[in-house]
Design a protein. Sequence first.
Length: 173
Amino acid sequence: MRSVHRYFAILAISALVAPQPGSAQAKKAAADADQKELYSYVLTVDKLHKLADATRDMKEWQKKNPQAADEKADTSSEEDSISQRVKDIEAKAPEFVAIVRKNGLTTREYMVALLVLMQASILVGMKKATDTEYSKDATTLVSPANLAFVEQHWEELQKMNLGDDSKNGDDKN
């Protein structure tokens, strides 16, 4: 029952390793453009709440439509650019698009916000676990503003439970 979460987790992980479509030159250009977009995106409390509401609604839809949700989970490749993934989702998963729009986001903003939040959360979680500062490489992936935002809202993010279905008693895969 974690198809939506699994799909967006794959997107986030692939963003960490810079998605690369097409030829070598096109791959680098797309990866650079995606990374610039992710780095420059600014998380806010309003965006965080919209993201949480859309994710909650997707999970509810998924529970009501498990077979359809599983089919929608594999709408694009983790190697695709953000633009290509957005096109794939909009073409193959109109239910997800409607949910995102109902919650005040575009498909692209939902994806970018989720990727940025996941990247920042991974880095903040590592910092908290190791009690060390961020590496220089980390701050080239995620802006210091977004790292500070996630640090400041860490407890609230944990309570929002954006990705962990098991906290809701749903331990199925």
